[in-house]
Design a protein around this ligand. Structure first.
Ligand code: FE2
Length: 377
């Protein structure tokens, strides 16, 4: 199944990017127990301790741990008291993504440009200072209770952010080769995909580079629709899913039920060696969706020559898909919390800029099997 990425429309003078983005700065999760979550991400995913914020640093109602692996930074935040916005968020949604923080050269301009185009302000431009310099931060709301923060840090020399102190730990498990955020996918409600596509186009200057309708993404039972939004330089990509009618309940609907609203479905984390990364992750207890071994019978015909041996891909359950620019290897974890909500994708791109359309059927059948076991199909 060939997939072609939409080229930018040629105009005589391309408009200047009003929201230049340098990539994902960090992803922050609101969780029920950040101390244990940080231990899990260190142990299972190979993140390293980076920074801490809590009562000892003057933060009275919550605690945050920042952890890092190569260019990938996660922040795990938990409330210390009930009745706070963070506690209410965790009570409603369970563990999930609160902030998709984007690196910008100018957080004041990012806020001005997006709010004047209809973005709803979450945080006006705010300067945070300490002895290592300053970070300017601002933010706007996106789907559900999710927020895009704009982070300007070129005048900061510290290890993470003012308000945090260095977190040194005697426990430093080796990394697993995860490099950066490739894309983060949002699940939105019925008939909400196009309004959110318009939000990313109008408010953030993104464009729709790929669309999948319910015929592309349906199995015997359930269906969904998806549109991929990308910023100008392609560093930041946000696919948006909405449920579609099928014989049984869409996987997106199951998410919306259990997350109690719209939110981030998965973040795709890039690696340069997926066989090594997934071998490490499986040995550390990360569970992946099981793909039927028959998937590999037709793989060579479907994708042609690939550099990797088929045997380890089959053993680990890694999927392969090709587009007109190359191929990609990908695999999906089971949800990383008890609610069937957030999960991760591990991806290695070898030229391909698409999202594995050729794998959707095998993947969603595997997902539905799990959904059926939970009694939610
Ligand atoms: Fe993905």
């Amino acid at each position: 199944m060939e997939t072609t990425i939409a080229e930018p429309k040629r105009t005589q003078t391309p408009p200047a990017d009003f929201l230049p983005l340098e990539g994902t700065d960090y992803v922050e999760f609101y969780v029920g127990n950040a101390k244990q979550a940080a231990h899990f991400y260190k142990t299972a995913f190979g993140f390293q301790s980076l920074a801490y914020s809590g009562p000892e640093t003057g933060q009275k109602d919550h605690v945050s741990y920042a952890i890092r692996q190569h260019k990938l930074t996660f922040v795990l935040t938990t409330p210390l008291r009930s009745g706070t916005p963070i506690a209410d968020h965790v009570s409603k949604h369970g563990d999930g993504v609160k902030y998709l923080a984007l690196r910008v050269p100018d957080a004041t301009s990012a806020w001005n440009e997006t709010t004047k185009r209809g973005g709803k302000s979450y945080m006006e431009p705010t300067t945070l200072k300490d002895a290592d310099g300053e970070v300017v931060m601002s933010g706007i709301h996106t789907y559900g209770e999710t927020v895009h923060l704009f982070i300007e840090r070129q005048n900061y020399r510290g290890f993470f952010m003012p308000g945090f102190r260095k977190w040194e730990s005697v426990y430093n498990p080796p990394d697993t080769g995860l490099q950066y955020v490739d894309h983060c996918v949002g699940n939105v409600g019925w008939n909400q995909m196009n309004p959110w596509v318009k939000f990313y186009e109008d408010v953030m200057g993104f464009r729709n580079i790929l669309s999948f309708d319910d015929k592309d993404i349906s199995t015997e039972y359930s269906a969904l629709m998806s549109k991929v939004m990308s910023n100008g330089n392609g560093f930041v990509k946000f696919p948006i899913n909405e449920p579609a009618e099928g014989k049984k309940k869409s996987q997106v609907e199951e998410y919306l039920d259990f997350y109690d609203g719209e939110g981030v479905q998965h973040c795709a984390l890039a690696t340069k060696d997926i066989v090594k990364t997934v071998t490490d992750l499986q040995q550390r207890g990360i569970e992946f969706l099981n793909i039927p071994t028959t998937y590999y019978d037709t793989l060579p015909d479907r994708v042609g020559h690939i550099d990797e041996d088929l045997e380890p891909l089959k053993r680990l359950g890694i999927l392969v898909d090709r587009d007109n620019e190359g191929y990609l290897l990908q695999i999906f974890t089971k949800p990383v919390e008890d609610r069937p909500t957030l999960f991760f994708e591990i991806i290695q791109r070898k030229g391909a800029k698409s999202f594995g359309k050729g794998n959707f059927k095998a993947l969603f059948e595997a997902l539905e099997k799990e959904q059926g076991l939970r009694g939610n199909l």
